[in-house]
Write a protein that binds this ligand. Sequence first.
Ligand code: GAL
Length: 684
Amino acid sequence: MPVGSQSAGEAGRFAALTEALGILYGGDYNPEQWDPATWREDARLMREAGVNLVTVGVFSWARYEPRPGVRDFDWLDEVLDLLHAHDVAVDLATPTASPPAWLGRRFPETLPVDADGVRLVAGSRNHFSPASRIYREHALAITTDLVDRYADHPAVRMWHVGNEFGQVCYGEESAREFRRWLVERYGTIERLNDAWGTAFWSQHYADWDEILPPRRMPYHVNPTQSLDFRRYSSDLMRELFREQLDVIRARDAVRPVTTNFMGFFPLVDYWSWADDLDVVADDAYPDPGDPHSPADAALTQDLMRSLGQGRPWVLMEQAAGAVSWREHNLPKSPERSRLESLQAVARGADGVCFFQWRAARAGAERFHSAMLPHAGPDTRVHEGVRRLGADLRLLRPVVGTTVPARVAILFDWESWWAAHELARPTVRLDTLAQLRAWYRPLWETGVAVDVVRPGSDLAAYDVVLVPQTYLLDEHAAERLTEAAARGASVVVGPFTGVADTDAQVRTGRFPVLLTGLLGVSGEEWVPLPDDGVTLALDPRWGSGVDVVDARATTFAEALRADGAAVLARFAGGHLDGLPAITRTTAGAGRCWYVGTVPTGPVLERVLDDALRAGGVGPALAVAAEVPGLEVVRRGPALFLLNHTGVELDVPVPSAATDLLTGSEVSGGRVRVPATGAVVLIEDG
Ligand code: GAL
């Protein structure tokens, strides 16, 4: 099969697995750290906890291949047989994230080089250069032998390629690969010179061989060079993934294959990967100390569902308690761990797994929580794990179902990368922060949202939000125009459409490709003083709504209304009297432009306007009035998730049954326990 020839149409492979097992439940299991007596205890405790799938072998390469070319798989035979005997299925990993120490010693060129030219060494993990031919040959060799040996093992039900791809190398071999990638992209050196704008600072290249990765330089790096290096690095990692995927597919056409993503991870463009996966998988470690983490986690989960284009996804890793890699690691309570797991299921996950099954005694992660803590099964954490296993069995009716959304929020990695060059009007306008700020009010009101790549078909959406898409091409602009023409609400935020795909600024009044659509245009970017600027709202727009603290913060734009109605103006400062927020009609739809970062209540007003115009409402009307209550509809179920520390009494429209307790809900109200959840199936 040719490289990367999988398609989204293969989602049935994963469905076959969940049809057999229900919601996948388990975690990373590292038997190489334990003796056979412990394996036996693990298998028994897994079964008792309702675990049905564990990811094995992520970091086992040195154990499989202790010396070059030697193979030692016998111990794994025993582990897989044992797990199978206990009805625990295996997601078998290719061990390529952490090569044995001998590889780097023998072939130093397999080790990664950082931007300062320092070659990193073995002793941790991820010590490989994705550009290294020798590393890749060895990775494929061990993958081939592993897959050959276990493709027919009955315990193996899924394949897991590598771990958290995200390695970048600035060394010589990577420089050669980068040049190859550039030749493919640009064809001629002059085309590259144009795209990179090398007339600036005497950066012109006469020959491909002069080009280097953006290593440490005396001053600012060329922004397009930096953007292309990110594109190249992401493509290179995808190539590594695909090579291993092809080894698996050559031997096994049936079992699903995945690799674990990391949410809004900055080094890989997951849009370009998702079609290669039978199921999207995510590793998520929300900080229990961050009050925004429930909303931000929901956004990440919506991204994972959206990457799979409506297919289910799995939460591949999370912590049962505390992580050990922050400076100060607040633990989660078992209740919170359960709630976060149910939140993932509500948002489309068909698997809930942890890092890791048994807490390590040694190594860099010995203080990381696990499903089975150091203190053993007689612990609050493990009791919580057993309870969650039982809960997930009850949620089987939602397996394979989707979360219908009529709101799209645009996000893409290339724009994020390009917008984050050091030299820009302000580093305080952050693409991800903007995305999160626009998402939160929708989360609070219980409105379902898909995360959508600019340029995608928007036909399914009645509201399209563009918090900040810095790079915008003609096609993506056209999609927005089409959406408005057929009646959707389109809301565009600041610093959008600034650059083309070469990261060069589009000249003319901005946002250049959208001024006609929006009826407004701008001429100057204006970072704001720390206390911001007052916004004067048009009384007809603001009336009846208590908008306290109407301010523009962080960043603003000097705008001129070219036909759009002005909903808010800057009052004071450099932009005094100029429009800040506008609205216009476009075809059958409406468009808003938000030329600043408004305070929460003002942004909520804009979004509320857009939702009303688009005819989009929440999953449950009351959600907005109960702070901390998250409401999501998935398939036949209505999930009510209580992120507060007190019980909530929630009015519900019809008689229903709670899947988690089996109890009937009638009389129009349901009690949702503190840090707990209710999953309703409406009667009839
Ligand atoms: C993930 C990783 C796991 C483990 C975990 C700890 O990034 O895939 O192997 O290190 O973090 O939180």
